[in-house]
Design a protein. Sequence first.
Lengths: 181, 243
Amino acid sequence: MSWLIPTLLGIAFGITLERSELTRRERVVGVFRLRDFTMMKFLLAALSTGAFLVQAALALGLVRSVPIPPTAPVANLVGGMLFGVAMATAGFCSGTIFAAAGSGRGGLLGGVAGLLAGATLMDARAGAIATRLRRLGTRLEGSLPQLIGVDGWLIVLALATLTAFAAYLLERGRALPGDRG
Amino acid sequence: MMGMRFGPLVIALALVCVSHVGYAEGGSPELFCQSAPAPAPLAAPPASAPHWRDLEAVLLLSVAVAAALVAVHRKEERRLGARTAVSWTPYLAGIAAGVIFAISLLVYGRPLGVSAGVQQAARLVERARGWRESFDPRLMWPLWVLVGVTIGGVTSARWRGERPAARDGRATGSNLKSAAAAFGSGALLQIAATVAGGCTSGLALSGGIVLAPAAFLFMAGMFIGGIPAAWVARIASHRRGRS
């Protein structure tokens, strides 16, 4: 039964992606063209909520620690840039392309094939590039609070403020409540 | 599906190309979401801790409640005679996603990441091809997440009454050029995710909610790279005479 929980969580995540129309190409490309900010709103809301819940759980003692990805600054930044280029041209990311399976959008099978090919390529000789990039720069372990010495709640507050401010900026031009994005 | 004409051809070509790449074990670094589960959070539970079994019951109960809400929604639609293709505001969807990611991380100690699932699927194929000797079944978590995301997306689209029709105008799968373009950018997407250590869900969201610098660097890079790329793509398509 170890497949049940991740599948359920994935189903829930897929529903949120599809419901906010992030599976559509114009929504993903739109944020990079600074026209359609749906993805940014989604990301900010998810970050604020999730970070709040994690901080609360840590503070309440519900969990001792959470898995934190190590930071390889050069790899993260360069990989992020490549990812941004790919996402802006593709109109999807790994999550949204699978959540778009029911929408009949174009490039679905080609995109999935490309993802698999990229993964196989990296598992083969090309993966050495990635490993070498990850070794560049100082490798940091731990989260921002641990590294900078700032309380986690301050960062949660900063995230929430940023989200609220972005929401204000993006929504004040809205005329109709049904107008999304 | 409209993608049926050229999609399989692209896949076949891709498999042929990939089978000639040459394989060396142990090439790519592990994505964040491949991390084995953290030790059980409540190995030595403090006195006032909630019982995780109860929380699992709550999760399943919420699913049941959601299913009931869906049934009621459908009944209302039939009564009103309209297919309400309601979209959620991204804020609400984002809050829901934040809760989902937090549950996954806090209750089960695993992050949610789709690119890791893609990597696992590729490794399954590699093992079937005989290239890869070992395969750790404990790392199947992200693959199940990927399966779930697919099911969730299909379910949500069906719920909205969307028919699988050509929705994106010119970018239909019956166009070989768009399938090949999707293939190329999909490959770059996965390569970039392997370099960075995850994708938007696996690194940006799962890492961001634990406030890891990697996530914020990744997101910064995403916009630094994506905004000029979209701008260039826009200019290129203008030059070609399309809108």
